[in-house]
Design a protein around this ligand. Structure first.
Ligand code: NAG
Ligand code: NAG
Ligand code: NAG
Ligand code: NAG
Length: 354
C-alpha cells in the first residue's frame, strides 16, 4: 500500500468507523512488518560475504555475538546452495534446516570431492560441500563449544555439545543432502566427510538402541537409499537419516531409527491448489499424512509449495501450519523468517510479503 492510496482512502472516509478500521489495518501492518535483523555476527557475515571462501574466512576472528538474539524457526531453506549466500542467509533469519544437492567428482589430484549444484553442468570446484557447509559448520560448532577453561568434574560428565543458536542450544540444525547420484557412489563419500563431526559428538546418532539428538542432524534425500542408511557399516553408530516418503508411512520400513523427515511434493499429496486454498478433502489428506508422520516420530515436510503469487503462498503455508506440519519448505527466506506470516492473511487479505 503506497501513501497516496492511503491518503485517498482517508479523504474518502468521512465516516468515523471507516477511519477507525483503516487505522487498525495500519497498526496491524506496522506490527507485522519485518523487524530490523538483530545485529550479530551472522548479520555482519551476510553483509561481507562475496565468494565461497568467505564461508570460512569470515569466521576468523570468531564473532562472539554470532547468533545473538536469533530465534530458530522450523523452516527448511530449499535449494539453499543456490542463494546469494549459502547457509548464512538461512541461519541469519533463524531457519534451522538447509538443503544442498550433492555430486561426487575428482579434483586435479584425483581426490574425491563432493560438489554442490542443481545440475551436473553447474558444478564448479569452489562450490564444494566442504567449503560451503561442512567447514563453516564445524568451525561454528567448535566455537560454540569452546570449552570452559575450568570446567567442574560434573560439567565434564553432563555437558552436551551446544548448537548453533546461542539462546536455544538444544536446537538441532538439519543439513539435508539431496543425493543427485546413486547412493552407492555418494554414501561412502558422505560418511567420510562427516568423520570430524562424528569424532566431536556433534551429530544426531542412533546407537545402542538409543536416538541421541546432537547439534547437527544429517538427512539424506533424493537417490539416497534406506539400505545404505541401515547398512552394517553404520550400525555401530548411525548418523545419517533418511528423508522418508510421507505417503508410504504405513510401511513398517520407516521409523526414527533410520529416518528424520517424511516428505512429499505438495502437488503429489493433494493435486492442484487454486489460489493456495485447500478444499476440505485436501485438508483431510494433509492432516492424515501429518499425523501418520507424527505417530512415527518423523517430521513432516511438503516441498514444491507455490512461491508466487505471494497471497497464494501465504495461504498455503498458513493451512500447512494450522494442520501441524513440522517444517515449512521455503524459497523466500525473508518472508518465512522475518514476517509473522501466520497472522498475515486476515480475512483472505494478505497483509505481508508484498
Ligand atoms: C537442553 O537439554 C538438556 C537435557 O538434554 C536439559 O537439561 C536442558 O534444560 C535443555 N536446555 C534448554 C535451554 O532447553
Ligand atoms: C563399508 O566399509 C568398508 C570398509 O571400510 C568399505 O570398503 C565399504 O565401501 C563400506 N560400504 C559402504 C556401503 O559404506
Ligand atoms: C554402545 O555400547 C557399547 C557397550 O556398552 C559402548 O562400548 C559403545 O561406546 C556404545 N556406542 C555408542 C555410540 O554410544
Ligand atoms: C524400524 O524399522 C526397521 C525396518 O526398517 C525395523 O527393523 C525396526 O525394528 C524398526 N524399529 C522400531 C523401533 O520400530
Amino acid at each position: 500500500m503506497s501513501p497516496p492510496l492511503l491518503t485517498i482512502l482517508f479523504d474518502c472516509s468521512s465516516n468515523i468507523f471507516e477511519r477507525t478500521w483503516y487505522s487498525l489495518v495500519l497498526a496491524l501492518i506496522k506490527r507485522l512488518s519485518p523487524k530490523a535483523p538483530p545485529s550479530n555476527g551472522l548479520e555482519t557475515i551476510t553483509k561481507n560475504w562475496h565468494n565461497p571462501s568467505d564461508s570460512t574466512s569470515l569466521l576468523s576472528p570468531w564473532p562472539k555475538d554470532f547468533s545473538r538474539d536469533i530465534i530458530p524457526k522450523s523452516c527448511h531453506s530449499h535449494n539453499d546452495y543456490a542463494r546469494n549466500i549459502p547457509l548464512y542467509d538461512a541461519l541469519a533469519v533463524g531457519c534451522s534446516s538447509v538443503e544442498a544437492d550433492i555430486w561426487l567428482r575428482h579434483d586435479v589430484d584425483g581426490n574425491e570431492v563432493l560438489l554442490v549444484g542443481h545440475t551436473s553442468r553447474s558444478l564448479t570446484s569452489d562450490r564444494s560441500l566442504s567449503a560451503l557447509y561442512l567447514d563453516p559448520l564445524l568451525q561454528i560448532l567448535n566455537n560454540q563449544n569452546n570449552p570452559d577453561p575450568y570446567p567442574t568434574e560434573a560439567q565434564h560428565q553432563t555437558l552436551q555439545p551446544a548448537g548453533i543458536f546461542s539462546s536455544y542450544p538444544n536446537t538441532t540444525t538439519v543439513l539435508l543432502l539431496d543425493f543427485k547420484e546413486d547412493s552407492a557412489t555418494l554414501f561412502p563419500a558422505v560418511v567420510n566427510a562427516l568423520e570430524p563431526f562424528r569424532q566431536k559428538g556433534y551429530l544426531t546418532t542412533y546407537a545402542n538402541d538409543t536416538l541421541t539428538t546432537g547439534p547437527l542432524t544429517i538427512v539424506a534425500s533424493g537417490l539416497a537409499s534406506l539400505s545404505d542408511v541401515t547398512s552394517p557399516n553404520t550400525t555401530l553408530s548411525r548418523s545419517i537419516f533418511l528423508d522418508a516418503p510421507l505417503d508410504s508411512l504405513s510401511s513398517s520400513l520407516y521409523n526414527t531409527t533410520n529416518s528424520y523427515y517424511a516428505s512429499l511434493s505438495l502437488s503429489k499429496a493433494v493435486g492442484y491448489l487454486w489460489a493456495g486454498k485447500f478444499s476440505s478433502k485436501q485438508v483431510e489428506t494433509v492432516k492424515e499424512q501429518i499425523s501418520a508422520a507424527e505417530e512415527k516420530g518423523l517430521k513432516s515436510r511438503y516441498w514444491g509449495t507455490i512461491s508466487w503469487p505471494i497471497p497464494w503462498r501465504m495461504g498455503t503455508w498458513k493451512t500447512l501450519m494450522e494442520n501441524g506440519v513440522s517444517v515449512l519448505n521455503v524459497d523466500d527466506l525473508e518472508s518465512a523468517g522475518r514476517w509473522d506470516w501466520a497472522v498475515c492473511v486476515v480475512a483472505s487479505f494478505a497483509l505481508c510479503g508484498w
